[in-house]
Design a protein around this ligand. Structure first.
Ligand SMILES: [Zn+2]
Length: 313
């Protein structure tokens, strides 16, 4: 089953997916901004507009990897899912150690075994639900910084792997501007995580195709998940991203790739400048039908599936 914000959904009911889209994403300070406060109704309208845009591509499941501290809103996701009929999957986990975003976790690390308590908290959100919303998280999200995995990020990775193994769920990662894929892979393997349940995110930003092939050969899945994004300095443009994608498909790696755009529908009080577009160019490139299905559906669902509907042996 795929654990969506409305409950478990069998894979057979899902036609097409997007692996990484944010319904909301708030930078620090949004909660104190009285001129442009976060309004759930506005975010709802933005989310509906976005989800309606991808329906012509038969997208009926979208994964939202907005982490706890960046404005994750499970109730908004549930409302959007009910209004549009598009299943949404919410995460538990934390983003990279940037600025003071994770300062509260650092303070806690002086008082408790942070890895153990985070693992318990992740597990609670995966099994019982987030706060008192009744919405269960369907996967874990972890992140590393540009060119390094910081100590606190390593603790979050370790806690996430503990929870993922106990709850049989997948993990989606953020590789800052495409860096640290090999190091994330090494860390996951050292922690005993099954690479087939991990998507290393933002490989669209990684020009080192040999590194992408190496982690895929280890069994990891890779996210080509930032089509349409122009705001991140130094990353390839869409044309180069497609060239890399098609090269990897030609080399036989299509079954390891998941597609998405990393759109932000609502920046908590501000209108996002993201110009979402389904990565439809791929349909015109002569990619075999079966490979297309893997990239737009099957690979993601295998990572997310908690196998609770598998026939008993
Ligand atoms: Zn993202």
């Amino acid at each position: 089953m795929i654990q969506t914000v409305e409950g478990p959904l069998p894979r057979s009911q899902i036609h097409n997916t997007l692996a990484h889209e944010h319904m909301v994403f708030g930078k620090p300070g949004f909660a104190l901004d009285s001129d442009n406060p976060y309004q759930r109704d506005t975010a709802f309208r933005h989310g509906v507009e976005r989800l309606e845009m991808v329906k012509p591509f038969q997208v009926d499941l979208v994964v939202d990897p907005t982490t706890i501290e960046w404005g994750r809103d499970p109730l908004l996701l549930r409302r959007l899912s009910r209004a549009t009929g598009v299943a949404l999957v919410c995460c538990t986990g934390y983003f990279k150690d940037e600025g003071d975003m994770l300062a509260h976790l650092k303070a806690r690390s002086y008082c408790e075994d942070l890895e153990a308590t985070l693992a318990q908290e992740f597990e609670k959100e995966l099994v019982q639900g987030i706060g008192n919303t009744g919405v269960r998280a369907g996967f874990l999200k972890v992140a590393s910084s540009w060119g390094e995995i910081r100590p606190l990020e390593k603790t979050i990775f370790s806690a996430a792997v503990r929870a993922a193994r106990r709850c049989d769920v997948g993990i989606l990662t953020h590789c800052e501007r495409g860096t640290m894929a090999a190091q994330q892979a090494e860390l996951f393997l050292s922690l005993g995580m099954d690479p087939r349940r991990v998507i290393l995110g933002h490989m669209t930003s990684n020009r080192d195709l040999a590194e992408i092939r190496a982690v895929a050969d280890q069994g990891f899945r890779v996210g080509f998940d930032q089509f349409g994004i122009l705001s991140i300095p130094g990353i390839p443009d869409d044309e180069e991203k497609y060239r890399h994608l098609l090269t990897l498909v030609e080399q036989g790696y299509g079954d390891r790739i998941v597609l998405s755009q990393d759109t932000i529908c609502d920046r908590m009080g501000y209108v996002s400048k993201s110009k979402p577009r389904y990565p439809d160019q791929i349909y015109r490139e002569g990619v075999p039908e079966e490979t297309l299905h893997r990239m737009t559906r099957d690979t993601l669902l295998e990572v997310l599936d908690d196998r609770t509907d598998a026939p008993s042996p």
